[in-house]
Design a protein around this ligand. Structure first.
Ligand SMILES: Cc1cc2nc3c(=O)[nH]c(=O)nc-3n(C[C@H](O)[C@H](O)[C@H](O)COP(=O)(O)OP(=O)(O)OC[C@H]3O[C@@H](n4cnc5c(N)ncnc54)[C@H](O)[C@@H]3O)c2cc1C
Length: 541
């Protein structure tokens, strides 16, 4: 993983000249004056933890698993939001942990939490490091130091129960490894977020992640049937049955707890048979409103495809649903790319309208496809054939690589997400767009719907804007405006990225003082010394 960007540096993508011209001419993007810092130039604070404390940590996990080297600390500094990357590119390592500690078992995690509570050391559970909400940069004030608790050594598939269709994993298993281990038995988890290549199962649970195939497989929190949480107060073992009436479901308290209540040391996850058949295709709708109505009809009447993604007009025009093709041809959108099916360009200019991608996997693909297609056609959709769907599938993990090229070219690109009930979605959409336009002048704002429910959906925005002299402050202003607009318009501050630090104030408004008090009480019970990810998730009194 690149320390100041996304993913495998070998997959870095140059921006094609038409895209650079668009950035220059339409948005006024200019190359930044200073080049990105090299890894050895990142300025880190000196290691604050005294030797005896480092020694006590090493006694728990072994000397080789307490690391204070420059590169190791840099690679565990912050997450992968755009402000995180801008700070790292500027050589700002001020949020670095003092040490990276790698436990090898639940017992070692539990013992580390005891030592850190005693020595007042802040602990940041670290999975894949792909947080985009500031979930990995804790408050230092009042602590002897900070450790990143890297869960990478807890990377085993523990057991598979094919009768119940439940697999138990350790938390540090990365998503591709989980799929590989399950595929060997003909199984799948079906969780494919855009951060798939690097994020871990523990991180998905801790941040309530939702993948691109959530319409078919559900969100990650739907998949978790049990988990083990190591806390400074002891171990919580949860999940004896799929559902229970034994009081409130404490699993739900751990899901989304973002390392502030404890460390997830194992998870039991619902698995499915790996799909024998896959079918992806595109549809065109005249407008985002018309497409949204069709998506709602599918969510409410069924059948839902496995993947369902509707781009708005701007996202369709830019071709963001097919990132591998951006800049490679005149039409990237709903009408484009010579779609099979013959009707692609029959009603208007290439790229007009809104692109919907539908994917069907698993059982009864033929009949589900036929029934869903009848709904889409009845709602005014025009079939574009398999090509746009296949292009989406090919490029489904590519877009984050484009962000690095855009940052280098002098554009800020960032994503935002929210969710609401169907009746409030148009207002939410307008509110976020207006907040971004108000804060940034004339940015490019794109949106899609890709997580749908009977009662509502999430809106996922991508914003591109020229960097000013202080791009971090510029983005923070825009983000504050969007957060306020989301709360005002009645949406939730996050559908799947989590709260972290970036959403904390808006989250406090969303849950109100009583809700915030409940979170503080839970934290005080499980983590009396307050060492776990301080400043993340739990609003201050
Ligand atoms: C390019 C990109 C694309 C993304 N796409 C998606 C997407 O499509 N869908 C989506 O839902 N999210 C997406 N994300 C956000 C991110 O990938 C998710 O939040 C993911 O769940 C984080 O997993 P991780 O293993 O990287 O966790 P980390 O980033 O390491 O940690 C996330 C939070 O969970 C805590 N944590 C991690 N592991 C544990 C554990 N074992 N126990 C307790 N706490 C823990 C951390 O302290 C932190 O607060 C994307 C991020 C990026 C950078």
């Amino acid at each position: 993983m690149s320390w100041s960007g996304w993913g495998d540096p070998a997959k870095a993508r140059e921006l094609p000249e038409p895209v650079l011209a668009l950035l220059r001419d339409l948005l006024g993007v200019r190359a930044p004056g200073t080049p990105a810092a090299a890894l050895e130039e990142v300025a880190l604070p000196p290691v604050a933890l005294p030797e005896p404390v480092l020694g006590a940590l090493a006694k728990v996990v072994g000397e080789p698993y307490v690391r204070t080297g420059h590169e190791e600390r840099v690679r565990h500094t912050r997450g992968k939001s755009t402000p995180d990357l801008l700070r790292m590119r500027a050589g700002d390592g001020s949020a670095a942990p003092d040490a990276v500690v790698l436990p090898g078992s639940h017992e070692e995690v539990a013992e580390l939490l005891r030592v850190c509570s005693r020595e007042r050391v802040a602990v940041v559970p670290f999975g894949g490091g792909t947080s985009v909400v500031g979930g990995l940069a804790p408050d230092r004030a009042g602590f002897a130091g900070v450790i990143a608790l890297d869960l990478g050594r807890l990377d085993r598939l523990i057991s598979v129960d094919e009768e119940s269709m439940v697999a138990a994993f350790e938390p540090g298993v990365r998503a591709p490894d989980a799929e590989r281990l399950l595929a060997a038995r003909g199984l799948t988890l079906g969780h494919f977020p855009q951060s798939f290549e690097y994020a871990t199962l523990g991180g998905f649970a801790a941040a309530r992640s939702s993948g691109q195939a959530s319409a078919g497989y559900g969100r990650f929190d739907d998949m978790v049937v049990g988990l083990t949480l190591a806390t400074p107060a002891g171990t919580l073992e949860l999940g004896r049955a799929p559902k229970s009436a034994a009081g409130p479901d404490l699993r739900q308290l751990v899901l989304g707890s973002e390392g502030a209540f404890g460390v997830i040391t194992s998870l039991r996850l619902r698995v499915r048979r790996a799909p024998a058949e896959r079918r992806y295709e595109g549809w065109r709708f005249a407008s985002f409103a018309a497409g949204s109505a069709a998506v709602r009809a599918l969510a409410q009447e069924g059948p839902l495809p496995t993947v369902l993604r509707l781009s708005d007009e701007t996202e369709t025009m830019i071709g963001l649903a097919k990132p591998d093709e951006i800049g490679s041809g005149p039409s990237n959108g709903a009408g484009g790319s010579g779609a099979a099916g013959g009707s692609a360009d029959s009603s208007g200019a290439a790229g007009s309208g809104c692109l919907l991608v539908a994917g069907y996997e698993g059982v009864r693909v033929g009949s589900r496809h036929a029934a869903a297609s009848a709904v889409l056609a009845r709602m005014g959709g025009e079939p574009l054939g398999p090509e746009p769907g296949q292009a989406w599938e090919r490029g489904r993990f590519s877009a984050p690589y484009l962000r690095d090229s855009l940052l280098a070219a002098g554009a800020t690109v960032e994503t935002l997400e929210t969710a609401g009930f169907w009746a409030s979605l148009p207002r939410l959409y307008d509110a976020v767009r207006l907040a971004l336009l108000g804060a940034l002048g004339s940015p490019l704002v794109m949106c899609h719907i890709s997580h749908v429910y009977e009662t509502g959906a999430s809106l996922y925005f991508t914003v591109v804007t020229p960097q000013d002299a202080d791009p971090v402050a510029q983005w923070e202003r825009a983000k504050a405006a969007v957060n306020a607009a989301v709360v005002e318009a009645g949406g939730t501050i996050t559908h799947h990225h989590g709260v972290g630090r970036d959403h904390l104030d808006a989250y406090a408004r969303e849950i109100g003082p009583v809700g915030a008090g409940v979170l503080r009480a839970v934290k005080a019970e499980l983590d009396p010394a307050g060492i776990l990810n301080p400043g993340v998730l739990v609003p201050r009194a």
